[in-house]
Design a protein around this ligand. Structure first.
Ligand code: TYM
Length: 385
């Protein structure tokens, strides 16, 4: 990593693409290469753009999971979101891929909403408010189209009795010096956060089959530790599928922060707000004047709007190529590119807005009484050894 770059679950600083390569080495994960994509495609026919465009770029053991799948062994999916305030478009990335994988592989999905995590990390101060927000975030996630009978969404403080049956074993098997080395804990870290590590590992033991975890690469440390202890407890090592981070509005590799509206688009921004934010804040690869832009062309490689279109919002490869070429040769202006991006993001969020009512009426199935959820309220950890 370059000197200033840092990646822990609570602090992410990436400076350039090289940092992503270095993380692969540092974390000991593998690159998602064309061979793996072909292997996935054998089962799915097509590839989700998050895979095809390699925004999910690294993994652990997903090739092995697919090998066993070919022999008839199913896997389950697990991911999560720690409620902290409002959700932004970056937070949706792992859920979008998880939903697609559920559909293609007919897998159960477990979604953890640890309402205590950001409170213990001192990223938020009002716990009661966060707990309330967790239900709202559960609705947003449910509205992405998960199967209500094969998906269990749980809030830690509600589901803690079940989680605790496994946390007892997990917490005994990880010592402080290991956790400190992996997470960078210091003397200032709350003891809550140290214990929290076990709570994020527990759902990897919900089934006897392989847990597959799509998430941002910042979350990998938890699952590295899981892999040290899983077999000892009689369970399978976790497989992760890891993504890069979506740039914030302010430019390449900047952060999205839900608490600073000038850095990102929130899921509940309306069209006017999306447009205004993009027009005002989105870092552009265009030239300072229209005249220069027509003459010299723009640079899509550093343009936030183009980046967002490439990562998620423009699924049509041909259209993306056209946009890239016309931006480079100056016929597409920055204003036009921004306008188009605002429309595409709004189109995407409109689907969520429309599904929210359905999600509200069906949330009980995801959380309490759908097929999987009702089974899970009876789940209790059984150590196998
Ligand atoms: P949280 O709530 O910080 O983030 C939720 C998920 O979103 C990813 N993410 C991003 N992905 C792409 N671009 C971005 N700009 C961006 N910002 C955030 C994160 O990597 C994460 O996958 N501890 C977790 C909650 C959790 C969890 C899990 C995550 C509980 N169990 C199991 C993954 C798997 C957290 O604080 O996520």
């Amino acid at each position: 990593m370059s000197k200033k770059s840092k990646v822990t679950p609570w602090e992410v600083e990436i400076k350039d693409e090289n940092d992503y390569e270095r993380l692969i080495e540092l974390f000991g994960v593998s690159k998602i290469d064309d061979n793996l994509l072909e292997k996935i495609k054998k089962h799915t026919n097509d590839l989700h753009i998050l895979l095809k465009r390699k925004f999910f770029y690294a993994h652990r053991d997903f090739d092995k999971v697919l090998d066993s799948f070919e022999k008839g062994e199913k896997f389950f999916l697990y991911t999560g979101r720690a409620p902290s305030g409002k959700m932004h478009i970056g937070h949706l990335i792992p859920f979008i891929l998880t939903k697609w994988l559920q559909e293609k592989f007919d897998a159960n999905v477990y979604i953890q909403l640890p309402d205590e995590e950001k409170f213990w990390a001192k990223k938020v101060n009002d716990y009661e408010k966060i707990k309330e927000l967790a239900y709202y975030e559960a609705k947003i996630i449910a509205s992405l189209g998960f199967d209500p009978n094969k998906t269990f969404i749980f809030i830690n403080s509600e589901y803690i009795k079940n989680l605790y049956s496994a946390a007892i074993y997990v917490a005994r098997n990880i010592n402080f010096s290991t956790a400190k080395a992996v997470f960078g804990f210091t003397g200032e870290t709350t003891i809550g956060l140290i214990f929290y590590v076990s709570l994020q590992i527990v759902p990897t033991f919900f089934e006897n089959s392989y847990p597959v975890i799509p998430c941002g690469i910042d979350q990998d440390p938890y699952f590295r530790l899981q892999r040290d202890i899983a077999e000892k407890l009689g369970y399978k090592k976790a497989s992760t599928i890891l993504s890069k981070f979506v740039w914030g509005l302010k430019g390449p590799y900047t952060k999205m922060s839900a608490s600073d509206p000038s850095t990102t688009i929130l899921i509940d921004d309306d069209f006017e707000t999306i447009k205004q934010k993009i027009m005002k804040y989105a870092f552009s690869g265009g030239q300072p004047t229209l005249e220069l832009h027509k003459k010299l062309g723009g640079n899509p490689d550093i343009d936030v709007c183009f980046f967002w279109l490439r990562v998620l919002f423009e699924e049509n490869d041909k259209k993306l190529k056209e946009l890239e070429e016309s931006y480079r040769n100056g016929t597409l202006t920055t204003g036009e590119l921004k306008e188009y991006t605002a429309l595409k993001i709004n189109e995407f969020l409109e689907k969520i807005r429309k599904n929210m009512k359905w999600a509200e009426n069906n949330l009980h199935k995801f959380m309490y009484d759908g097929k999987l959820a009702s089974e899970m309220w009876n789940w209790k950890f059984e150590p196998k050894v």
